[in-house]
Write a protein that binds this ligand. Structure first.
Ligand SMILES: [Zn+2]
Length: 189
């Protein structure tokens, strides 16, 4: 197989060299109006083509490599214990859930909470304005226990509306959100 970026021969869809160079994470932080801190590791434009692989058969592998390369080092640096990782709406589409794969690679450092935060509204909002997104909420349903510390995990943050809604859902459920992690920040600035 070939590396999706440099096209050199590689056992994985992303080669070690690319992961260490062009895909070296550049962490950035956004604070949403609710106060939720969101850490992202790539600019959306940098990994746009890779994120689009999530609808292909290699997508699962690409997402797992990106999580190991970017999210895992961040999680390893956390000093607090007993943290749960909550993937946003990890419904299985095209064979697997991208946010669940990101969480899976975080290994023993956090406890995964699969299939606990589910959107009941599945309209796709790609390319829609914030006003449209705000009118059409995801209507999350959370089914985990309360009184725990969680980190929200998703692939992309755009307006932040989805993460804000997830945050409020957690808060109303008695779940403490420490921060959110996303692979890429798609904010246009
Ligand atoms: Zn490469």
């Amino acid at each position: 197989m070939r590396c999706q970026l440099c096209l050199s021969f590689s056992w994985q869809p992303l080669c070690k060299n690319c992961l260490n160079t062009i895909l070296a994470p550049t962490p950035s932080k956004r604070v949403l109006p609710s106060g939720l801190e969101v850490y992202s590791f790539y600019k959306y434009s940098e990994i746009k083509n890779l994120l689009h692989t999530k609808h292909t058969y290699q997508g699962a592998k690409v997402f797992s490599l990106l999580s190991k390369n970017a999210l895992l080092p961040f999680i390893k640096n956390l000093t607090c214990k007993d943290i749960f990782a909550l993937p946003i709406d990890d419904h299985v589409r095209s064979g697997y859930s991208h946010s669940a794969i990101l969480v899976k690679e975080l290994g023993f450092h956090v406890k995964p909470l699969y299939a606990k935060l589910r959107a009941q509204n599945h309209t796709r909002y790609s390319g829609q304005k914030l006003s449209v997104r705000k009118r059409n909420k995801r209507d999350f349903m959370l089914t985990c226990k309360s009184g725990i510390d969680v980190i929200l995990v998703d692939d992309i943050i755009t307006t932040g509306a989805t993460l804000e809604e997830a945050y409020v859902t957690c808060k109303n459920h008695g779940v403490n959100v420490l921060c959110a992690l996303t692979l890429a920040d798609a904010r246009e600035d």
